[in-house]
Design a protein around this ligand. Structure first.
Ligand SMILES: [Zn+2]
Length: 443
């Protein structure tokens, strides 16, 4: 018995040894980016004539006097503003409601579009987001039967290009979720499932969270108050505790003042939608450091009218949050088709609300970068352009500190150290592979 164990051990060690030799035989490629202007969002300033040296997927060095080793591939962005990738903190990549066939009623989208079709939409939407410079997307539910996990796995395993996905799996809520299904539809979960996990009792809540963890969620999304029987602060505490066992944070969809109070009282990680957040709630959120994913829909999106009064409330709410120093993230809730626009372009239209709220460009950029990395939980691994971080880098001709709308013209995108877009054109060949080149076990 003992001898058998030792021989297995030797075999295991030997196989590790074989793996360990692989990197030595194929050294990671070196890439050097010459950045004419390098934007540091944390400091809100621009450094000139910098070199970013990338080894494989990671940044090795940054600075004015970094020496470019012989043999390194040099990317000349000396006439561009180079900056870290953008974060969209609330999207639904596997949901696209449309004028036809469902007249923009997303309830009917669930009937018309299968999960496999929506997974393919998600792959396309993810590529569209990356093309606009979004290297991280928090995908907050309404993705059929885990199309969001499939997207994340496909990107992480190396099948297709896309942003880093922080996905929620299925939204957890009291019976019905955000829907008002007929009894015929709800009782057998023919329609509501899989868009919402009904979780009304503590046991159901725990089970629902574990289901999402098992099927690949990276964050837990709940309906705090979609129904009159929404979650109490104690129930939200249970959700936070259970999610924390698996290292996950909790985002709450909030649409009432009472719901906001419960979510804040419980110490939720982030609150989606700003509609119910007043001055008092903003002050509490600032005090507790609760993230605001306000999803501030602008006026002017074709086919998606916003009344003057509604827009005024949105702008005032965002401005109030900013004045109260609530931690802000850039978030859109984009889950629809705007004709002539990619998903990424639709998201960047939301800059209008931020500028109308009078928020300085440097702080809008912070919300889209630094705060985005923090709310996504990636800030120790990817985001900032500094040594040791995974290289997610974008570049644009203008200076977004002068005019944040310069972000609408991203001409260069690097993801995981590989060039995805150069000279304004997607060049994603390196991201398409015939197998899970980064490992099948990633789940
Ligand atoms: Zn949403």
């Amino acid at each position: 018995m003992r001898a058998w164990r030792i021989s297995v051990l030797v075999l295991v060690l030997a196989s590790f040894g074989v793996h360990a030799q692989v990197p030595a035989q194929t050294p990671a490629p070196l890439t050097a980016i010459r950045a004419g202007r390098l934007l540091d969002p944390e400091a809100g300033r621009i450094l000139t004539n910098q070199v970013i040296l990338i080894e494989g997927t990671r940044i090795r060095d940054v600075g004015r006097s970094v020496v470019i080793p012989p043999g390194a591939q040099v990317i000349d962005l000396s006439d561009m503003t180079v900056m870290p990738g953008l974060v969209e903190a609330h999207n639904h990549l596997a949901l696209t409601y449309k004028p036809v066939p469902e007249n923009n009623v997303y309830y009917y989208t669930y009937v018309q579009d299968s999960t496999p079709l929506r997974a393919i939409q998600a792959a396309s939407n993810g590529i569209q987001m990356l093309n606009s410079g979004f290297t991280i997307v928090r995908d907050m539910g309404n993705n059929g039967n885990y199309a969001d996990t499939a997207l994340r796995q496909a990107i992480e395993q190396g099948w297709i290009p896309g942003p880093t996905i922080v996905n929620s799996g299925i939204i957890i809520g009291g019976m019905g979720g955000q829907f008002f299904p007929t009894p015929e539809m709800a009782k057998d979960h023919n329609i509501v499932y899989p868009e919402y996990l009904d979780a009304d009792t503590p046991d159901e809540i725990v089970k629902a969270i574990r289901q999402n963890v098992l099927f690949g969620a990276r964050v837990i999304k709940i309906c705090v108050d979609c129904k009159p029987y929404g979650y109490t602060a104690d129930e939200i505490r249970l959700i936070i505790r259970e999610a924390a066992k698996s290292g996950l944070k909790v985002e709450g969809h909030v649409q009432t003042l009472a719901g906001a109070r419960n979510a804040i009282d419980a110490g939720i990680w982030s609150i989606a939608h700003g509609t119910a957040l007043n001055d008092e709630m903003h002050k509490l959120m600032a005090q507790k450091g609760i993230w605001r994913a306000g999803t501030e829909t602008p006026q002017g999106l074709a086919g998606h009218p916003v009344t003057d009064a509604a827009y005024r409330r949105t702008v005032d709410g965002l401005k109030n949050a900013y004045d109260n120093k609530v931690p802000l993230t850039f978030s859109t809730d984009a889950d629809y088709w705007v004709e002539g626009r990619t998903r990424g372009e639709v998201c960047l239209e939301f800059l209008r609300t931020w500028t109308d709220a009078g928020i300085p460009s440097a702080d809008i950029i912070r919300a889209m970068t630094i705060n985005g990395y923090k709310v996504s939980g990636t800030d120790q691994t990817r985001g900032p352009i500094k040594a040791g971080m995974i290289a997610d880098i974008i570049a644009l001709p203008g200076n977004p500190l002068d005019d944040v709308n310069a972000l609408k013209d991203v001409r260069f995108v690097m993801k995981d150290g590989k060039v995805f877009k150069a000279d304004g054109v997607m060049t994603p060949a390196a991201f398409f592979n015939g197998g899970p080149v980064n490992g099948w076990r990633i789940r």
